[in-house]
Design a protein around this ligand. Structure first.
Ligand code: ADP
Ligand code: TRP
Length: 320
């Protein structure tokens, strides 16, 4: 079974990325042949500084390894180290109906937020389909916001197979419902583009400040509070034990504890949860050659798999 996922190097990784995609991907690396990559071609649609791109790629590589991606189990590489994927993207674009792309939310959202309306941004889901289909992927762990892209991928693969025969494997998304949409500090979906993230590896001071600045209502300390609609509890649930969450819920209901106190508990649980990852990250930062070696080796394995698919696809289309 091939498991595949990608993440764009478009900024610092956050808790939403971790629980929505990275942690599920890391858990799946024991269940099949996992391929995970850094989608640098994709991020060219929004990151336009070469220095920033290089820096982001490096950070994502280090952070993903620090979080537990195990290169002895999973193949880890940069998307652009397998340029065959751009060829497949073109071949797939010739079977992709315009209407399918016109319906995609991400193009509309990104242009509405001020990103330039380029062909690359519009055709983004076709490149993503190529990423998935070129490795004959079966399972794709992603967060809820990528669901539509997976549907587009399946549609494109079916169209291709319809025209040329059973050439491409049809993938399935794997969306972990309990973490499908991690809330940001303002209660909206946590996202780099909303500036509401809790970074995985932010400094202690900055992280504490961010958590302490979560907006709450003005219920006085002694009064009971509503635990059912609280960003603090929603985030706490990700990093605290069931007993700790229950204790916080009870303190909400009973009154007598202020939001400042709850935020301190959240910070402390959060900081402890990511402590082993921070340690591992320090080790990786001290050994820059190691990370390059991992992604280089990963690319060579991924390229082998991509070459076999491209050969099959070219033959199916009549290009020898
Ligand atoms: P962002 O919205 O911050 O730009 P990306 O689009 O780069 O994040 O997402 C990378 C991966 O992380 C995707 O699989 C996405 O579904 C997942 N992800 C991002 N934000 C969240 C979130 N708030 N909750 C759950 N998963 C998320
Ligand atoms: N579009 C994904 C995101 O923004 C990144 C991505 C690119 C991806 N290619 C992929 C995810 C292939 C899964 C499979 O998060």
């Amino acid at each position: 079974m091939r498991i595949l996922s990608g993440i764009q190097p478009s900024g610092r990784l956050h808790v939403g990325n971790y629980f929505g995609m990275m942690d599920p991907a890391i858990r799946l690396q024991d269940e099949g042949e996992a391929f995970y990559f850094i989608a640098d071609y994709h991020s060219l649609t929004t990151v336009h500084s070469p220095e920033e791109l290089r820096e982001n790629v490096r950070n994502v590589a280090i952070d993903f390894l620090a979080c537990g991606l195990d290169p002895s189990k999973a193949t880890f590489f940069r998307q652009s180290d397998v340029p065959e994927v751009t060829e497949l993207s073109w071949l797939l674009s010739t079977v992709t109906p315009m209407g399918l792309l016109e319906r995609c939310h991400s193009y509309k959202d990104k242009t509405a937020r001020g990103h330039e309306a380029t062909h690359g941004l519009f055709a983004y889901p076709v490149l993503m389909a190529a990423d998935i289909l070129i490795y004959d992927s079966n399972i794709v762990p992603v967060g809820e916001d990528q669901k539509q892209h997976l549907e587009v991928t399946r549609d494109i693969a079916l169209k291709f197979n319809n025209r040329y025969g059973e050439v491409l494997a049809i993938p399935e998304p794997r969306i972990r419902q309990e973490y499908a949409k991690v809330p940001g500090l303002d209660g909206k979906k946590m996202s780099k583009s909303y500036g509401n993230t809790l970074e995985l590896f932010g400094s202690e001071k900055a992280t504490r400040k961010k958590i302490m600045s979560i907006l709450t209502d003005s219920t006085p300390v002694e009064e009971a509070k509503d635990p059912s609609d609280s960003i603090i509890i929603d985030l706490y649930r990700l990093v605290a034990s069931n007993a700790e969450v229950e204790a916080m819920e009870n303190d909400y209901k009973n009154g007598g504890v202020g939001y400042g106190d709850f935020k301190k508990r959240l910070f402390s649980a959060y900081w402890d949860y990511f402590e082993p990852m921070r340690k591992r990250r320090e080790e990786l930062l001290a050994d820059p050659g190691y990370v390059d070696e991992i992604t280089r080796e990963g690319a060579s394995r991924a390229r082998e798999s991509a070459a076999a698919t491209i050969k099959r696809v070219r033959e199916a289309c009549g290009i020898y």
